[in-house]
Every structure is written in structure tokens, then in C-alpha cells.
Design a protein around this ligand. Structure first.
Ligand code: SF4
Length: 240
């Protein structure tokens, strides 16, 4: 609570379809990224299959999640953290943003703002907190000595190095194309209607701000009763 107090907190994940809540899970995670796969696995167990398409906001767009959806042959309309920022002029015009540096896939060489090449140096691996292995290719500039931009560009003693994650680059390209498509835009608008309506109804209209119970199992029952009520209300509306 940033005041020395420790209070239990619960991260509620819901899956919606046609305005109904079709599944939910309660997590202790402070962020959403690591909830997507276990939530979908639970949905698969409960419903017998995964959805055809997952629509989710930027909190869910990790390499591991994209790869999971692709392997499971589930369509993904999922933003990633920097997606919104990438649309801005300040991002696309920032020459010190290495994502904007020219990359030639034929020669496998990057070019820095001073026009110097960054060539492949070595491979590196990184494990995320979930243990997911990311493969990185490291590129280094060997001509930084005396560069007039050095202070703006790097604090490294040797040459400037950057990393390239081939898998993530491909998955983000795919996500970007999907989000830019008419269908992707339509589904993103639908996402706002589907799950934001649930939280809006329960929190703003019904005044649900805190769980009355404690512990994941009890909280799961409490949330279950709330969404059951939401679904019944919705059923009465569409049926009337
Ligand atoms: S410091 Fe090196 S990588 Fe950065 S702009 Fe200068 S030459 Fe290029």
C-alpha cells in the first residue's frame, strides 16, 4: 500500500463472448502478462476448447503469450506494451531509438545514426520470470571511438551493442499487421464493449469496489456470484 501496510490483493481475469462472461480466474499476480496462459488453460479445461480468437490489451502482449497462441492455433488480436507509443511521431522520429535503426536482413547488419555498421557478435539467452527462454542476437559497432554522438548513444566502454530477438520481432510484426487490419480494429473495439462493460457494471453501477472475503477460493466464489448475476441480467435483457 506504499504506507507500510500489507493488504491482500487479487487480479481478476475474465473471458467474455457476446456480452456474457464465459470464464474467470483469480490470480495473485500484480500484472496481467503471466495470467493469460493459465487463464486460457483453465478455460480449455472448463469449456473443452480454446476460443478461436483472443482479443486483449497491451498488458498481455509478451513473446511467450504470442508464441502460446500461435502454437495453439488461436487467432491473436493482442497489443504489446510499446504498441501505442510506436504510433507517436516522437517514437518514429527518435534516431536514438534502436528500433528505428536500419537493418539489412540480407547482410544481417544494422546501421547507426552515424552511418556505422553494427555486425553480429554472438548469441545470448534470457529467461523470463516464468522460465521462458528468449534467444537474442547481439550486434556490436566496432567504430565508436571518437564518434561525435557517443555521449548521446552509449555509456559502454567498448562499442555500442544492441540485441535482436528474431522470434519476438516476427510475432510483433504479425500482431502489428493484425491490429492495423480492419478486422483487428473491429475486434479491438469489441474488446472494449465485452469486458469493460462487465467491470463498468459491477464497479461503477453496482458499487463493487472490494472483495468482502479473503483467500483465493472464497474470492473466487464471491466473484463467481457477481458474474453469475451479471450474466443473468444480460440474459434477461437480450431475451426481453
Ligand atoms: S557511438 Fe557508435 S553506434 Fe553510436 S552513433 Fe557513434 S558510431 Fe554509431
Amino acid at each position: 500500500m506504499l504506507n507500510g501496510q500489507l493488504k491482500p490483493g487479487y487480479n481478476v481475469q475474465i473471458g467474455c463472448e457476446n456480452g456474457f462472461v464465459v470464464g474467470y480466474d483469480i490470480f495473485p499476480n500484480p500484472t496481467d502478462t503471466r495470467t493469460l496462459i493459465p487463464h486460457l488453460e483453465n478455460m480449455k479445461t472448463r469449456l473443452g476448447k480454446l476460443p478461436n480468437e483472443v482479443i486483449a490489451d497491451a498488458g498481455y502482449g509478451s513473446e511467450e503469450n504470442y508464441a502460446y497462441l500461435e502454437n495453439e492455433k488461436v487467432g491473436a488480436t493482442v497489443k504489446y506494451t510499446m504498441w501505442q507509443k510506436e504510433q507517436s511521431r516522437s517514437w518514429t522520429k527518435n534516431v536514438w531509438n534502436t528500433d528505428n535503426w536500419k537493418y539489412d536482413d540480407k547482410t544481417d547488419v544494422y546501421e547507426c545514426p552515424a552511418g556505422k555498421p553494427l555486425t553480429y557478435s554472438h548469441n545470448s539467452t534470457h529467461r523470463t520470470v516464468t522460465g521462458y527462454k528468449q534467444n537474442l542476437r547481439i550486434y556490436t559497432c566496432h567504430d565508436c571511438e571518437g564518434c561525435e554522438f557517443r555521449n548521446q548513444c552509449t555509456k559502454a566502454q567498448g562499442g555500442k551493442s544492441i540485441q535482436r530477438n528474431e522470434a519476438l520481432t516476427r510475432l510483433k510484426d504479425k500482431a502489428r499487421d493484425r491490429l492495423a487490419s480492419d478486422e483487428g480494429k473491429r475486434l479491438m473495439r469489441r474488446r472494449a464493449f465485452e469486458d469493460e462493460t462487465v467491470f463498468g457494471q459491477l464497479k461503477a453501477n453496482q458499487g463493487f469496489r472490494r472483495f468482502r472475503l479473503r483467500g483465493t477460493e472464497k474470492v473466487s466464489v464471491e466473484w463467481g456470484l457477481l458474474v453469475l448475476g451479471f450474466n443473468m441480467r444480460r440474459l434477461m435483457r437480450v431475451g426481453s
